[in-house]
Design a protein around this ligand. Structure first.
Ligand SMILES: C[S@@+](CC[C@H](N)C(=O)[O-])C[C@H]1O[C@@H](n2cnc3c(N)ncnc32)[C@H](O)[C@@H]1O
Length: 270
C-alpha cells in the first residue's frame, strides 16, 4: 500500500492532534515505514517526518488515494503499535542477538533496568541469567504481554507501565541499563532528558548497553539513523563510551528485509 499512495485527502473533521497536514503528507508520501490494520477498516501508517517526529497516521486507503482519519505523535500512541493483528517490526518474540551475546558474556548483571522494554524479551533474558531485572514501558499492552511471558516461562522479573523520561523521580539505583531501540525513537529534546535520566538512576561505574539504528543502513524507511559522532554527542559529560561497534537488528520482515544495520554501544557512567 505504501508504494501506491499518490493523493492524500484530509477532510475537515479529521483529528490532527497537534500534527500538521504538511507533516502528515511527509509521512504518507515520503517517509512511511510500516503499516498495520487498524480498527473499522482503517490502516495505521507509522512514519518519520523530515524534522524527526515519529507519527502514527490512521487512513482509509483506496488505490492511489488515502483519506486521513487522524494523526498523532507516537509519544501518545505507542500502545497502538502493540494492539494490531501482527506484531511491530522490532517485536520479534526473542531477544536481539546482540543482547544474547552480552548475556553470554555475563554483562547483564546486578540490578538491571530495561528502559522501553516493549514485550520484555531483554528483561526476561537478564532475569533468566540471574539479574534482578525491571522492565518499563509506556505501553500497557506491551507490559501486559511481558508479564504473561514471564508467567509462561516461569521467570521472575518486574514490569511497570512507566515513562522513561521520568527516571530521575526514582529512588532505586541500577547497575545496568538496557536500551534496545528506544533512543532512536526519541526527538532531540526527549533524548537529552532520557540520557540525563539514565545517568540519574545508574550508579557510578554502572553500564548502559544500547542498540540503535545506524546511518550505515541504506534507504530512508525506519526510525532515526544515528551516526557514531551523534552517539558520542548524546553521551557527553559524565559518560565514557567503552565500545561502539557495528551490529545488526533482527526484525520481523518488512520492506523486504529481516535485519538492519545498528550500533551497539557500551557506555559507562563516570
Ligand atoms: C522500537 S520499540 C523497542 C521495544 C523493546 N525495547 C524491544 O527491543 O523490543 C520502542 C519502545 O519504547 C517505548 N517507549 C517510547 N517512549 C517511551 C517512554 N518515554 N517511556 C517508556 N517507554 C517508551 C515504546 O512503547 C516501545 O515499546
Amino acid at each position: 500500500m505504501l508504494d501506491a499512495i499518490r493523493n492524500v485527502n484530509w477532510p475537515d473533521n479529521a483529528a490532527g492532534n497537534g500534527v500538521s497536514r504538511e507533516e502528515t503528507r511527509e509521512v504518507l508520501l515520503r517517509r512511511p515505514y510500516w503499516t498495520a490494520p487498524g480498527p473499522d477498516g482503517t490502516t495505521l501508517v507509522y512514519g518519520l517526518t523530515d524534522a524527526g517526529r515519529h507519527l502514527l497516521v490512521s487512513v482509509v486507503a483506496e488505490g492511489e488515494d488515502v483519506l486521513v482519519v487522524g494523526a498523532r505523535d507516537m509519544k501518545e500512541s505507542w500502545d497502538a503499535s502493540y494492539t494490531g493483528a501482527a506484531p511491530p517490526p522490532w517485536d520479534i518474540g526473542r531477544p536481539q542477538p546482540a543482547f544474547v551475546r552480552l548475556a553470554d558474556e555475563g554483562r547483564l548483571r546486578g540490578r538491571v533496568l530495561d528502559a522501553g522494554c516493549g514485550t520484555g524479551e531483554h528483561t526476561l533474558l537478564a532475569a533468566s541469567r540471574g539479574a534482578d531485572a525491571t522492565g518499563m514501558d509506556l505501553s500497557p499492552t506491551a507490559i501486559r504481554r511481558a508479564r504473561e511471558k514471564a508467567a509462561e516461562r516461569g521467570v521472575s522479573a518486574r514490569f511497570e507501565i512507566a515513562d522513561a523520561l521520568e527516571l530521575p523521580r526514582r529512588a532505586v539505583v541500577f547497575d545496568t541499563v538496557i536500551d534496545s531501540a528506544v533512543l532512536h525513537v526519541l526527538d532531540a529534546e526527549d533524548r537529552a532528558k532520557y540520557v540525563a535520566g539514565i545517568a540519574s538512576v545508574l550508579r557510578p561505574g554502572g553500564v548502559c548497553h544500547l542498540i540503535c539504528f545506524s546511518d550505515r543502513q541504506p534507504g530512508s524507511w525506519g526510525p532515526r539513523r544515528f551516526r557514531a559522532d551523534e552517539l558520542h554527542a548524546a553521551f557527553g559529560d559524565g559518560w565514557a563510551i567503552d565500545s561502539l561497534t557495528a551490529d545488526k537488528f533482527h526484525l520481523n520482515p518488512f520492506h523486504g528485509v529481516h535485519e538492519a544495520h545498528a550500533w551497539l554501544a557500551t557506555i559507562t557512567r563516570k
